[in-house]
Design a protein around this ligand. Structure first.
Ligand SMILES: Nc1ncnc2c1ncn2[C@@H]1O[C@H](COP(=O)(O)OP(=O)(O)OP(=O)(O)O)[C@@H](O)[C@H]1O
Ligand SMILES: [Mg+2]
Length: 345
């Protein structure tokens, strides 16, 4: 079978661009501008996994991808392209596939855009009475904040990989919240999601499959006690990209999570409900946090989950798949086969 692989390669940073430092970043771009998109290593690992069974056609998701897809006509596309910019960036490739009538892995454009807009996703979750922290979307520091109980969580409306979610995203005062709203609107050029802060344990849940055949992989717990002392217990930009490095990995994951059966069942149930309510397809990773009473809430859904190949890179979906006994190659081929089955191919 001919499988297209659509991807966005992370640009190589300029030498003066040192992650975590506020100086030297490209003009007009936030300091964490490059945390999305995949490295050559990740793209090559996916290509290599697919090539164990199929002929792979590489298609960079740029302005020329429509022509490339039209001329190569793959039987199916394995899509990991996160898109370049804007709230609909993850939908660019799926929209083209639908126009060209080419089958592809993963969720459709509507689900990808809805999940990237955390506010829209939370509105749908709320409609289905699936717990998610109370929230408000604001576009200016002058807007009144209706959520009165501090601490609150402040994050960009449509980012991923903890872009714009630094340690100071947990706010305790009105002054601080205004400062964060100002920062996010000017640096990230988008509205701000202000949320009730949940202080319980955090989990992330990888799911694979469709309809009645969706499988929940072993639950990953994010262990905040592995982070430096005196910081906020959140899986922040610093936690993902500065303190945890492949040459010095943190013991930040516990998988399977050490939880009793009742909580495991509750987490699996809410994850499956969220997956279904947003009409996710083939695979997704869902972030969940407990409130102070121990009840699970959906933070957000990642229908295009990160899949860094090396265990020391601490990537949640591959971690869950490995714990379920899958190799990296088996994980990629399973997603492809789930999509093929969905199309009846
Ligand atoms: N309402 C909240 N209460 C408590 N912690 C939160 C809340 N929202 C976010 N966090 C913390 O911030 C982290 C990053 O937030 P979130 O998952 O929304 O960002 P993201 O950039 O979409 O992440 P990803 O890397 O999964 O794409 C979460 O993993 C969690 O630790
Ligand atoms: Mg997240």
């Amino acid at each position: 079978m001919q499988v297209g692989l659509t991807f966005n390669l992370k640009p190589v940073p300029a030498p003066d661009l040192i992650r975590g430092q506020e100086k030297g970043f490209r003009e007009g771009l936030p300091p964490d501008w490059d945390v999305e998109w995949d490295t050559e290593e990740t793209i090559e690992s996916v290509r290599s996994a697919l090539s164990t069974k199929h002929e792979v056609i590489m298609i960079e998701a740029d302005e020329n991808s429509c022509e490339k897809l039209k001329s190569s006509q793959p039987d199916i596309v394995f899509n990991i392209a996160e898109g370049k910019d804007g709230p609909n960036r993850e939908s660019y490739i799926p929209v083209l596939m639908e126009m060209l009538n080419i089958p592809y892995t993963g969720s459709d454009p509507m689900t990808l855009s809805l999940c990237l807009d955390k506010g829209r996703a939370k509105e749908i979750l709320s409609f289905y009475k699936i717990s998610t922290p109370k929230f408000q979307i604001v576009s200016s520091p002058s807007e009144e904040i209706r959520l009165k109980k501090f601490p609150l969580m402040v994050k960009p409306l449509h980012e991923g990989s903890s872009k714009g979610v630094k340690n100071d995203a947990v706010v305790f005062t009105t002054d601080h919240i205004k400062k964060k709203i100002e920062e996010i609107t000017t640096v990230y050029h988008q509205p701000v999601l202000v949320e009730e802060y949940l202080n319980g344990r955090e989990f992330t849940v990888a799911l694979m499959g469709n309809d009645g055949d969706t499988r929940v992989l072993p639950i990953v717990e994010i262990k905040f006690d592995s982070l430096p002392q005196h910081i906020n217990p959140i899986y922040s930009y610093e936690a993902k990209w500065i303190w945890d490095r492949s040459d010095r990995p943190l013991e930040i994951f516990q998988c399977p999570a050490d939880i009793h059966d009742e909580l495991k069942a509750e987490i699996e149930e809410i994850a499956l409900k969220a997956y279904k309510s947003l009409r996710c397809r083939d695979w997704c990773r869902i972030d969940i946090r407990l409130d102070s009473k121990g009840s699970p809430y959906i933070l957000e859904l990642n229908p295009l989950p990160g899949i860094l190949p090396r265990p020391e890179d601490n990537s949640c979906f591959p971690k869950a798949a490995m714990t379920a006994g899958m190799s990296y190659n088996e994980m990629i081929l399973s997603v492809l086969n789930i999509a093929l089955k969905r199309y009846g191919i």
